[in-house]
Structures are given as structure tokens and as C-alpha cells.
Ligand binder design. Structure first.
Ligand code: TYD
Ligand code: MG
Length: 461
């Protein structure tokens, strides 16, 4: 039997795209110096045999009637950690692979140990630790008050041995912490390289599909993208969760960016406490810094994260720049969009910040990706430039277009109701977001153009 030859491809660590040739720049996403060599092993007869039981979701038998395929929905396993179940779409799905990415120290190991312990009474659970010793994991468990949870620990980084162990123990839920420590004997490259991470994850994924095991993978994200980031794995797994939040702060957010079994952009909110991560059931007002008196450059925005309204504070600092090219810096917001918004403000609002540095930040380490932040950002910047604060009870949202128009955003009524519930008295709102009959307790300042919004803010300041 002729043996297929190993094939070499180049994989981008930023977007996961494959190309047949090396290049300095990824042809797919345009990132520089992100392509690295990956050897793709053909399945040899021996290995194919060893994997016969691992045929995967695809390739098992002939066609079946759609109506006869039983959904995994009925067998979903809730962890009981409500905020985690919320982002998962209701719980763990058998045979699915979940990747939890995030900066070091954000709380990935803590969350997954808590999740493993939460289901361990009901199903077999294996926690594979490649980064920490079993003693360290046990110490954390003790700190979390979970020392007695029937979770099995395995300190191992070789995928083949992890799979052999889980073949024997047949856990329903397996945590692998972290995917960057894994290596497979099929490849020569070093653990942590793109090739190793990818092949190891692929083997775990096949195992999950074949056995119905839920596999939870921890992946570190590095800012530079030099290390094999979990980006390359996003295509492979069913669900990608990102853990966000300022590691020095109290709040942590888990966001689903991909989910074959639920909605994306759903947000789970936790507080990091002495006893681990505690779900925050009603996070709508936790990000508001309660200033003693109103300060210039601060605007409260009514955001909508997934299905939940969230009040967040957008801060801006606008200051005379010593540079020929003044700085524009956005934290928790899209930097490119900030530049665009400032151009709209110049052109349609008549306010120039060409000689000013502009810094914008969302308080509490929250990331706001929606365009509803446009108007709050501009009003915060203007407030800082003028040194005039906006009143305390004001809430703002709205998209700003290039023509200077203020556009409605989804879920207007929900945002306004939450603001009213939190005691806000004024709202600057796009016309298309005004609910019939208004909102009790909230005075609405309705705008269709940026100029009107600026005037409304001016009148309130
Ligand atoms: P960890 O889960 O180890 O982060 P990751 O796996 O993402 O690198 O948690 C890191 C931080 O969380 C660490 O600085 C200590 C803190 N922490 C608490 O504040 N309370 C706790 O109960 C635990 C277990 C950790
Ligand atoms: Mg960890």
C-alpha cells in the first residue's frame, strides 16, 4: 500500500488561515510575520486503525432522516454556574469542544475548576493540568472550598497519554489546561508551536466527537500573537469563549464569540472574590464609577450585551498635544472607529480636535463593540475638551453615521427601561429608538442629527 507523504502548509497564528507557501504577510488577514510551518501527517494505516473508534461526527454510516436525528438539546448538562450556562447557551453539550481564551491571570483555571467541580457529582470529570502541578490545583480547589469534589486530576501534556487515560476513565467532561502545553508524538516541533497546538487540539476534538465527551480547552491569548494563540483553533472547536476583564479589578466577563449551540455575544459576568468567581446575576450597574460630583469627560452609556442591558461609563480625556500627529487611543472600544467619529464631529459638529490627544476608555475593563457607543464617545470627548461635565442622571446611546446623522440601535426600549430602573432621569436618544408612550421617569431628548445631540448635551450641562 502506497504511503501518502507528509504535506507542509503555513498557518497564520492570527487568523488561522492556511497557505501553501510561506509569506511575510498573511494573504488572508494581512498580519505580518504570523505564518509558521505546519506538517500535516497523512493518516497511515496503523494510525487509521488506532483511530477506528474515533471516526468523528462526520463519516459515521450513511444518511439519516433529518427528523430522526436527536438533538443534543435534551442532553445538555447545565453546570449550575448560571453565568457560564448563559454564555454556553444553557449548559455543556455532549461531544462538543469549548475553547476558553483569555489573558494569563484572568481566571480561566479558576472558572473551569469550578465548572468541573459543579458537574462532578453527576458525571465523571477529568481535569488535565499541564501548567500546574496537582498540588497547585488542589490548593486552588481548597481555596474555592471544593477540595472534596470528586474531580479526577491528571498531570500530563502528551496528548496520546491523555487520550489513553480518558479512553479508560471515560469522563463525560474533560478540562485541558492549557492547550499550549500539549504536544503529540506525531510531530517533531516544540510544544506550544502552532503545529503542536493545532494537531493536539485536532486529536482532542476527534475524541470528543467520537465518545461524546465534552472537552473544555484553556488557551492563552498573547497580545503580540508570537506564541501559538488559540486563534488557530477557533475554526476547529464548537464554541469559543473569551474571558475579559482587568486582572487587577474585580469584574470578569465571559463572552461567546462563536457558538454552534447557542447565541453569540452573550455575556456572562462574574466577580473575582476570595472564594473564586461568583456569578453576578444583575450586572447592569456594576460598571458605574460613582463619582462624588459629575466630572468632565464622563458619559454613561446604555449598552446591550447579548440579551442584557448594561450601563457603562465612557470616559474621554482630550488634551493639547505636543505631537505633530496627536494620539488617538481607545480602550475597550474600536480605535479605528474613534478616528472616524472625530472626523464626523469636526465636519458636522464644527468641533476640531486636530491638535489634541484623545484618549477614550470604558470603565471596568468592559469591551463595547456596538455602534451604540458612537454618541457617548463623542459627547465624552466634547465634554472633556470643553471642561464641562454632563449631569449625573444622563444616559446616552446612538450610532453616528458619516453624514452626521444619529441612527437608532437595537433594543432601544430595553436600554431605556434599565436606565430608568437605575434612577437615570435624562436620556439623549435617536428618534428611531423612542418607545411609544415614552419611559416612565425618564425625560427623553430625541435627536436625529449630531448637531442636535450636541445642543441637547450643551443645554443639559
Ligand atoms: P487563574 O484561574 O489562575 O487564572 P488563569 O488560569 O486565567 O491564568 O486565576 C488568576 C487570579 O485569580 C490569581 O491572580 C488569583 C486570583 N484568584 C482569586 O482572586 N480568588 C480565588 O479564589 C482564586 C482561585 C484566584
Ligand atoms: Mg491557569
Amino acid at each position: 500500500m502506497a504511503r501518502a507523504r507528509a504535506r507542509t502548509v503555513y498557518v497564520c497564528s492570527a487568523c488561522g488561515a492556511e497557505s501553501p507557501k510561506w509569506a511575510g504577510q498573511c494573504p488572508e488577514c494581512g498580519a505580518w510575520n504570523t505564518l509558521s510551518e505546519v506538517t500535516v501527517q497523512p493518516a497511515t494505516p496503523a494510525r487509521a486503525g488506532a483511530r477506528a473508534g474515533f471516526a468523528g461526527a462526520a463519516g459515521q454510516g450513511g444518511p439519516v432522516a433529518l427528523a430522526q436525528v436527536r438533538g443534543a438539546e435534551a442532553r445538555r448538562l447545565p453546570t449550575g454556574i448560571e453565568e457560564l450556562d448563559r454564555v454556553l447557551g444553557g449548559g455543556l453539550v455532549p461531544g462538543s469542544v469549548v475553547l476558553l481564551g483569555g489573558d494569563p491571570g484572568v481566571g480561566k483555571s479558576t472558572l473551569l475548576l469550578q465548572a468541573a467541580a459543579a458537574v462532578a457529582d453527576r458525571v465523571g470529570t477529568l481535569y488535565v493540568t499541564g501548567e500546574e502541578s496537582p498540588e497547585q490545583v488542589a490548593l486552588r480547589a481548597a481555596r474555592l472550598g471544593l477540595a472534596q469534589a470528586p474531580v479526577r486530576l491528571l498531570a500530563e501534556t502528551a496528548v496520546e497519554r491523555i487520550l489513553a487515560e480518558s479512553e479508560r476513565a471515560r469522563p463525560a467532561v474533560m478540562v485541558v489546561d492549557s492547550v499550549q502545553t500539549l504536544w503529540t508524538e506525531l510531530l517533531q516541533s516544540a510544544p506550544g508551536s502552532v503545529a503542536q497546538v493545532r494537531e493536539s487540539a485536532a486529536q482532542l476534538t476527534r475524541f470528543a466527537k467520537a465518545t461524546g465527551t465534552t472537552v473544555l480547552l484553556v488557551g492563552h491569548v498573547t497580545k503580540e500573537g508570537t506564541l501559538a494563540g488559540p486563534r488557530v483553533l477557533e475554526h476547529m472547536v464548537d464554541t469559543v469563549l473569551y474571558f475579559e476583564g482587568d486582572p487587577g479589578g474585580r469584574w470578569r466577563m465571559v463572552r461567546a464569540v462563536k457558538n454552534r449551540y447557542g447565541a453569540v455575544n452573550e455575556l456572562g459576568v462574574f466577580a473575582m472574590t476570595e472564594q473564586g468567581l461568583r456569578p453576578v446575576g444583575n450586572p447592569s450597574a456594576i460598571f458605574l464609577s460613582r463619582h462624588g460630583a459629575p466630572v468632565p469627560g464622563s458619559v454613561v452609556m446604555a449598552a446591550l450585551e447579548g440579551t442584557r442591558p448594561l450601563l457603562v461609563e465612557v470616559q474621554a480625556l482630550v488634551d493639547q498635544s505636543p505631537l505633530a500627529n496627536p494620539r488617538r487611543l481607545a480602550q475597550g472600544l474600536d480605535g479605528g472607529r474613534l478616528a472616524m467619529l472625530l472626523a464626523v464631529l469636526h465636519r458636522h459638529g464644527g468641533v476640531a480636535m486636530l491638535d489634541q490627544d484623545v484618549y477614550v476608555n470604558v470603565v471596568g475593563g468592559v469591551r463595547v463593540a456596538e455602534t451604540a457607543a458612537d454618541l457617548p464617545v463623542l459627547l465624552a470627548a466634547l465634554s472633556s475638551l470643553r471642561g464641562r461635565s454632563l449631569p449625573r442622571g444622563l444616559v446616552v446611546f446612538g450610532e453616528v453615521g458619516l453624514a452626521g446623522e444619529v441612527r437608532p440601535v437595537p433594543g432601544g426600549e430595553q436600554r431605556l427601561r434599565e436606565a430608568a430602573r437605575q434612577g437615570f432621569a435624562h436620556a439623549i436618544v435617536p428618534r428611531g429608538n423612542v418607545p411609544r408612550g415614552g419611559v416612565a421617569g425618564l425625560e427623553l431628548h430625541v435627536v436625529t442629527r449630531l448637531e442636535e445631540a450636541l445642543r441637547a448635551a450643551e443645554a443639559l450641562a
